[in-house]
Design a protein around this ligand. Sequence first.
Ligand code: P1T
Length: 392
Amino acid sequence: MLLFLGNMTKKKLHFNSRVIHGGQKIDKSFGAVMPPIYQTSTYAQSTPGGHKGYEYSRTHNPTRTALENSLASIEGGKYGLAFASGLAAMDTVFKLLKPGDEVIVTHDLYGGSYRLFTKIFQVFKLKFHFIDLQDIKEVKSKINNKTKLIWVETPTNPMMNVVDIDSISHIAKSNKLLLAVDNTFASPYLQNPLIFGADIVMHSATKYIAGHSDVILGALIVNSDDLHDRLSFIQNASGAVPGPMDCFLTLRGIKTLAVRMERHCFNGKKIAEFLSNSDSIEKVYWPGLKNHPNHKIAKKQMNDYGGMISFTPKGSNFKNAIKIIENLKIFTLAESLGGVESLAGHPASMTHASIPKKIREKSGVSDSLIRLSVGIEDYQDLIDDIIQAINS
Ligand code: P1T
């Protein structure tokens, strides 16, 4: 099959097929099944402007194009844009705004996102309202004629709260606001925010999308021609693009996204249930649990519940929590998430250290909170590892 599957892929193929074929072409030169890594910064021109669609690799690169088409396909969007990191993708979104504009943001979010908003964009006079996006009244009360964007992260990092994208999208639409959703924790396998009315979907593709802890990459997916044009202008003008090798690695990761996610979800359920039934554990945060406060919303907008779990051990404090994650042998103590290997982290001192203690504790990021990124190992080995780490 030497055909470009393009739109047909997006509309007709199921997710399991789109991760393999979505937006992909067979290489014209030698029939390579995987897209070549076009490790070039520039392209020969017969006369100024006389090129074959590629001029300079900050603007476009064929390996990046293959990835961007794949990203669009797996999120069910029209356009994908790839960036040097998740934060670079976010940086691009906020450059759509101008000084004086206001943004409504979830108060429970990745520490690096909080740092980008407060330490970079606040300096350029964007105003951020960090609020609980589950409180619709509160969301409405923050909207005024300067409000331009609502930024949602769901499930949230690390508290695993689930925001109802559909409800927020109705508010955004009726007030002519852009709605952007950070879909990193869910991945396109679990949730497609464009279906619920989001204008922009953002991913740290570093995580589940690439899936092997070997690349840093970000993505934006949109349907609107106008938004795509504005974002790709900033992508080129600001220049935070990924190199062709990282695009290739991400494309390779995407091929197994569906099968990896299936196992992440299976293992996530096993471990969340084990933790919930353990006498040593105080609280478990995983949206698949029936007693999770947002379980119903999660059931409505997600296809399954993923492999991210946070928990607090009983009677724990900063020291105990650190001791437990240091004792783990199969889970690696590390930042990041979404790779095939299980990781454990201490949000208060690691991923969320840039959020002032008082603010992070308000959203539940206490000193005793532990975050797990459950990998695709055998779940029994992972459970045994948690038991020995708590007991030793
Ligand atoms: O690391 P980068 O690719 O730039 O992505 C930033 C980012 C954005 N959004 C969410 C929800 C994220 O979790 C992250 C990165 N998070 C981690 C590194 C972490 O360990 O939580």
